[in-house]
Design a protein around this ligand. Structure first.
Ligand code: NAI
Length: 331
């Protein structure tokens, strides 16, 4: 019997595991399961010493209670909403994340989605490609100048701050709502703090969501709150699907309440074909067809960022297995 440790990667990574094996290979066997649901983990994860979890599956109490001697679960990423980290703590299992790999990429995606929508780039490209209408800007009328308009950030953490700085560079009036951020960041960044979520919505031409998914933030964007935003505003969500009730978006766009929405993350990924958002997005006759940008939870991704997550996650496992203190513990 081998006395090497076992490092299990349940989901998302299915290639040759070179980055992980370079860091862990001398002390641990590294195994990737390529699972798409938690059920697929049964019988394959119980003896893991460390686990590197991405975002295709969840680790609930059901699986965590069967782990025999796991020391560390690393979330290869930031959001920890797919791990029952409190229950893991009760079982003495440390949960850590990797907060420093893709903040800039996610902020770049949020700004890209805003610009593509607010400059009409996507809409005009789509219409002209299908040979619809005249070769002029009338497809996108009216577009407004971004300089001086409010870019509202919900959640001024790492990514929210990176997005705020980018919007500031575009000359926008950047405001944020974040009840947990100590005072002073408004001064340090030269942006405005807004005390209530509703107030932020009321003033923003663009709202960009950068808070975590928690019981408090679930569906905070819904038909009622979106109605607080100015007519013909934009909503961009690169944080977590459950924060925005996307079923409200087709009607909000059809009524002109929103002029567009950029959605990188959905509550269930991939979404079902008959989800109202997907149906409207695919339907050329629906007003949301060209005013919705949907991406497959890809905002984090760049070659450099992905390698960062993999090496940082594997390094965290190595530290746990060799008895060193763990960084970025979240439970
Ligand atoms: P962070 O922890 O640095 O920042 C989150 C901020 O949200 C904190 O300042 C916190 O105080 C604030 N916050 C918490 N509850 C709030 C509430 N109820 N209302 C307003 N603000 C609240 O996290 P980071 O790294 O900036 O990540 C932000 C989000 O982006 C997370 O939801 C994460 O899951 C998501 N994410 C998405 C990726 C993608 O590929 N689309 C990749 C990486 C992160």
């Amino acid at each position: 019997m081998s006395n090497r440790f076992l490092a299990v990667i349940p989901d998302f990574i299915t290639d040759d595991l070179k980055p992980e094996r370079e860091i862990l290979g001398d002390i641990a066997e590294v195994v990737a399961l390529g699972a798409h649901s938690e059920d697929e983990l049964a019988g394959r994860i119980e003896t893991a010493d460390t686990i590197i979890l991405y975002h295709d599956v969840s680790l609930t109490r059901h699986t965590i209670q069967r782990l025999e001697h796991c020391r560390l679960i690393v979330r290869g990423g930031v959001g920890i909403d797919n791990i029952d980290h409190r229950f893991a703590r009760q079982r003495g299992i440390t949960v850590a994340n990797v907060p420093d790999y893709g903040s800039e990429e996610v902020a770049d995606t949020a700004i890209t989605m805003m610009l593509a929508l607010a400059r009409g780039v996507h809409l005009m490209n789509s219409r002209l490609r299908s040979a619809e209408g005249a070769w002029n800007h009338h497809h996108a009328v009216p577009l407004v100048r971004l300089r001086g308009r409010v870019f509202g950030v919900v959640g001024l953490g790492r990514i929210g701050t990176a997005a705020a700085l980018r919007a500031k560079a575009l000359g926008m009036d950047v405001a944020f709502y974040d009840p947990y951020k100590p005072d002073g960041y408004d001064k340090a960044l030269g942006i405005r703090r807004v005390e209530s979520f509703d107030d932020l919505l009321r003033q923003s031409l663009v709202v960009s969501v950068h808070c975590p998914l928690t019981d408090e933030t679930r569906h905070t964007f819904n038909a009622e709150t979106i109605a607080l935003m100015p007519p013909r505003s934009y909503l961009v969500n690169t944080a977590r699907g459950g924060i925005v009730d996307v079923a409200a978006l087709p009607d909000a766009i059809a009524s002109g309440q929103l002029a567009g929405a950029g959605i990188d993350v959905l509550e269930i990924e991939p979404p079902s074909e008959d989800h109202p958002l997907i149906v409207a997005w695919r339907d050329p006759s629906h007003p949301a067809h060209e005013r919705l940008l949907i991406n497959p939870h890809a905002a984090f991704y760049s070659e450099e960022g992905l390698l960062d997550i993999r090496t940082k996650s594997a390094t965290a496992c190595r530290r746990a297995l060799t008895g060193l203190p763990i960084r970025n513990v979240v439970n």
